[in-house]
Design a protein around this ligand. Structure first.
Ligand code: SF4
Ligand code: SF4
Length: 500
């Protein structure tokens, strides 16, 4: 029992240390080894598409409007050309709820697929900044040497070049980020007008650039490890059926280094049983007989650890620090190819896939969760697509009851607010359909209100009603809103008369 306990403690010992913090509590700078491979290639393609979309979308205009805009200051949001106003708040709440449920369900089934393939932090860090770093400073070994080397002209030149490019890209990201918030037109105004006219805008631009620079030049993987709330929630969202980047411990253990290779392997994997670990190291199985345990497929080369951008050893199992970047898969596949063993010792799999030695398949659970995801997304899409382009709010003026126009007529004062979400001006008129003898009298010059494109207009009017039709204190009124001959909205309100 005590032995078993000590084994568990030993196996779990890796949980007592953080790969990016040394024993004295200082930052352990990670120098991941450059690794290419199938997954890296596909991730590069995906990142190019996502980067093009991210940088391009604020510049794409539909009917003169940006494809995407999140103008918090003016409370105006455009998503794929559709303008959303504060009046669409219910859709926003729905989208948030759907988003949260989707994130949880998606993570339960597919693990941190998003982190590795689509997260902006990973894409910029691994596909932009890291590539530049490799280009200027070389692979991990050269980077380590440069970091340790005393300051020289060469070191200064490399660091200056790297950090200048990092800042330039951070500036670009900051400008793009601002373009999503204030729109490209306003952004160009800030850039081209004299600086004195946009001191606040320029300050924000520089501040954002410095923040992005700090994130990618210094914080790096720490964002994923300690800042990102999604990363922190992994522990409660993943289970033994979640598909994550996994080391096949059933196949890989016990791990051990290769010394010599048996000429004609006959094992379950081409050379799986060709090695035995002995006092002098790895020997041929035939020589070692049954003295030492048979080795698994992991040759303990450590490459999967050296390529990891968060510095962890995936062979210890699923860990919070793993952003599922797939670099260890590519590294291990490369090694397996070299030692003539099947690829996939590290692969996308669930814990149960590994234990039960089954490959990934769509289980009823995955299908059910995916179906819920599709249904929720469809419902949200339906609500977005059928959202009305026009909103009318009519409220009786606060603090005013009714007025007597003459001995036969009463009137109520109303305020109207209309939002036009389309890209065309909209002249509107009102018609009361109930009660039949009610009339409407606009206040001011505006007989017909004209609502500007993607804008709002306010107005006031009286509704007059013959006393004979005011039967109760609160009388229901139905007002139809027309643009030309087209009915665009119908609003219910109340007409207040004397208390009876
Ligand atoms: S363990 Fe593998 S997948 Fe996870 S972060 Fe490290 S290299 Fe990427
Ligand atoms: S890369 Fe593969 S073989 Fe090498 S240590 Fe990692 S798991 Fe073992």
């Amino acid at each position: 029992m005590a032995n078993k306990m000590s084994n568990v403690t030993e196996e779990e010992a890796f949980r007592d240390v953080i790969s990016t913090v040394d024993k004295s509590g200082k930052r352990n700078w990670i120098f991941p080894k450059m690794q290419k491979g199938k997954f890296y290639k596909y991730r590069t393609y995906v990142s190019f598409v996502l980067l093009a979309l991210m940088f391009g979308m604020p510049f794409i205009k539909v009917n003169g409007q940006p494809l995407m805009l999140f103008n918090i200051l003016e409370r105006k949001f455009i998503i794929f050309g559709l303008t959303f106003w504060p009046q669409d708040f219910h859709l926003f709440v729905l989208a948030m709820l759907v988003g949260i449920v989707c994130i949880v369900l998606f993570t339960v089934v597919y693990g941190r697929l998003f982190c590795g393939w689509a997260c902006p932090q990973t894409i910029f860090m691994e596909m932009v900044f890291r590539k530049i770093e490799y280009w200027i400073e070389g692979d991990a070994t050269k980077q380590k040497l440069l970091a340790k080397a005393p300051w020289s002209a060469e070191k200064f030149k490399k660091r200056f070049a790297k950090l200048s490019i990092f800042y330039a890209i951070s500036f670009l990201i900051s400008n793009t980020f601002l373009a999503y918030i204030i729109g490209v037109d306003e952004l160009f105004r800030i850039i081209t007008d004299p600086p004195s006219e946009h001191l606040a805008g320029l300050s924000i631009m520089i501040l954002f650039s410095l923040v992005f620079f700090f994130v990618f030049a210094y914080m790096r993987e720490q964002i994923c490890l300690v800042v990102c709330p999604y990363g922190r929630l992994q522990g409660v969202m993943l289970d033994k059926d979640s598909i994550v980047v996994h080391y096949d411990f059933e196949r890989g253990e016990p791990r051990g280094k290769i010394k010599r290779k048996k000429p004609t392997p006959t094992a379950k994997s081409p050379s799986h049983q060709a090695f035995k670990i002995g006092a002098e190291g790895v020997q041929l199985q035939s020589q070692a007989a049954t003295l030492e345990p048979e080795l698994g497929d992991c040759i303990d080369c450590g490459l999967c650890v050296r390529v990891c951008p968060t510095g962890i050893d995936i062979r210890n199992g699923t860990q919070l620090e793993c952003i599922n970047c797939t670099l260890c898969i590519d590294a291990c596949d490369e090694i397996m190819e070299k030692v003539d063993r099947p690829k996939g010792l590290i692969r996308y799999a669930s814990y149960n896939n590994i234990v039960e030695k089954t490959s990934f398949k769509f289980t009823p659970r995955i299908i059910a969760y995916t179906a819920v995801l599709v249904i929720l997304t469809t419902v949200l899409t339906f609500f977005l697509a059928t959202r009305s382009d026009f909103e009318t709010t009519i409220l009786r003026a606060a603090g005013v009851l009714y007025q007597e126009v003459d001995e036969n007529t009463l009137s109520n004062l109303y305020n109207v607010e209309m939002v036009n979400k389309t890209t065309k001006k909209l002249p509107v008129s009102f018609k009361i359909t109930s009660p039949p003898n009610a009339t409407i009298k606009m206040i001011g010059q505006k007989k017909d209100l004209v609502i500007p494109e993607q804008g709002m207009e306010k107005g006031s009017f009286f509704i007059e009603l013959p006393k004979s039709e005011v039967k109760v204190h609160k009388n229901k009124v139905v007002i139809e809103v027309y643009s030309g001959e087209r009915l665009i909205d119908r609003v219910n309100t109340n007409f207040v008369g004397p208390i009876k």
